[in-house]
Write a protein that binds this ligand. Structure first.
Ligand SMILES: *Cc1c(COP(=O)(O)O)cnc(C)c1O
Length: 412
């Protein structure tokens, strides 16, 4: 199923797998009957159409549960990780409000977590935003110190979507358990890339999304622990009481079937795929470093996702670089904060200066990335960086040995 070295390169080349992934053709095949012949509502209890749909949904639930070491009853279907994060955080905050009103998260979380926390602050909750070190890690002693009597939830992502840094989830889970605080993790970037097990990781709630793991868009799930402790949530949507009353709404049966198959494939190919992705990522990174001076890799070079590399090319504007390599799909350091050209808040929180943040690009490889595509990208990116640098007065000054930090700039 994965690409081979002698396959022709399909243009444009897709290297933005952290934004979304191609739906695996095997996933599509499994989904198709649920649009055409098996179109029942999984909540229809009195005919075969409903029974078939329900059976398919429950089989998918088993698959997703298996991927993360959970039981099927602990999986709630949602529309994706944005909804899962909202449901986990708001659902816990509202349910446990009498116990406490303090939550802990971190400055590099996805907006679906950060904006949910902001919303809760407006509702009278208080939130601690842990800072990160230059590699993107939270300091565990700072986490411990942030926990208060009234803390009800810690929400820290398993893997960062911009820089790939991995949080020590099992250690965080232990700290949360010691202090009797619930622990939610946004693990959207993790499936098929790092091992997940809710037991060894001490996770109480986990968000996943199908379209980040070669499944369809618009479907995801929330893992909700049922024992030690049993986690309760306040529903965020009122209606028919689907999903044990925690998430009403007719189930997206084809999408759920697709997510189940995506989970099965992620589990099945995990060991070989992680190695393959890391080798491709290293080939990309080493290729760039071998040919270009001044290439900075952002995030933790060791504890990180195997498929992602966020690189800064000083003296080059990231947006210009992306425009110059249109046949390669990547993300820029500012792409994640909507249409604005603000540098990424994640890179800024690492202490990366605006200049360097503006010159950064995120490459995220995937199941369908080939070696030939990586080699093409290395050559193409290097040529474009060289071309842009050749036009940069700043780069010229640096080449002449001028220390830019000592230059007195006058503004007219
Ligand atoms: C993509 C992503 C989300 C949002 O997921 P959707 O399913 O697209 O809503 C949340 N968190 C992380 C880390 C992501 O990468």
């Amino acid at each position: 199923m994965t690409a081979h070295a002698d396959d022709p390169i399909p243009f444009p080349i897709y290297m933005d797998n952290s934004a979304t992934t191609r739906c695996d053709p095997r996933v599509v095949d499994r989904m198709l009957p649920f649009f055409t012949t098996e179109y029942g509502n999984a909540a229809s209890r009195n005919h075969a159409f409903g029974w078939h749909a329900e059976a398919a949904v429950e089989a998918a639930r088993e698959e997703v549960a298996r991927l993360i070491g959970a039981t099927a009853k602990e999986i709630l279907w949602t529309s994706g990780s944005t909804e899962s994060n909202n449901l986990a955080i708001k659902g816990v905050a509202e349910m446990y409000r009498a116990k406490g009103t303090h939550l802990i998260t971190c400055v590099t979380e996805h907006k679906a977590v950060l904006d949910t926390m902001k919303h809760l602050e407006q509702q009278g909750f208080s939130v601690s935003y842990l800072p990160v070190d230059p590699l993107g890690h939270v300091q565990l002693d700072q986490l411990r110190a942030a926990i208060r009597e009234d803390t009800i939830l810690i929400s820290l992502m398993a893997a960062n979507n911009e820089i790939g840094t991995l949080h020590p989830i099992a250690e965080i889970g232990r700290i949360a358990k010691e202090r009797g605080v619930l622990f939610h993790t946004d693990a959207t970037q993790a499936p098929g890339r790092i091992a997940l097990d809710v037991e060894t990781m001490g996770v109480d709630l986990m968000s996943l999304s199908a379209h980040k793991m070669y499944g369809p868009k618009g479907v995801g799930c929330l893992y909700v622990r049922r024992k030690n402790p049993r986690v309760r949530l306040t529903a965020q949507m009122d209606g028919g009481g689907h999903e044990r009353g925690m998430r009403s709404g007719t189930l997206n049966v084809p999408g759920i079937v697709g997510m189940g198959e995506a989970a099965r494939l992620a589990r099945e190919s995990f060991a070989t795929e992680v190695q393959r992705l890391a080798a491709l990522r290293d080939r990309l990174e080493n290729g760039l470093k071998a040919r270009l001076k001044d290439v900075h890799v952002n995030g933790d070079p060791q504890r990180r996702l195997p498929h992602l590399c966020n690189v800064s090319f000083p003296y080059v504007e990231g947006e210009s670089l992306i425009m110059g390599i249109k046949e390669i799909a990547v993300s820029s350091g500012s792409a994640c904060t909507s249409a604005s050209l603000e540098p990424s808040y994640v890179l800024k929180s690492l202490g990366v200066g605006d200049e360097l943040a503006h010159s950064s690009i995120r490459f995220s490889l995937g199941r369908f990335t080939s070696e030939a595509e990586v080699d093409y990208a290395v050559d193409r990116v290097c040529r474009e960086v060289e071309r842009l640098r050749a036009m940069s007065p700043l780069y010229e000054m640096v080449q002449e040995g001028i220390d830019l930090s000592k230059v007195k700039w006058t503004v007219h």
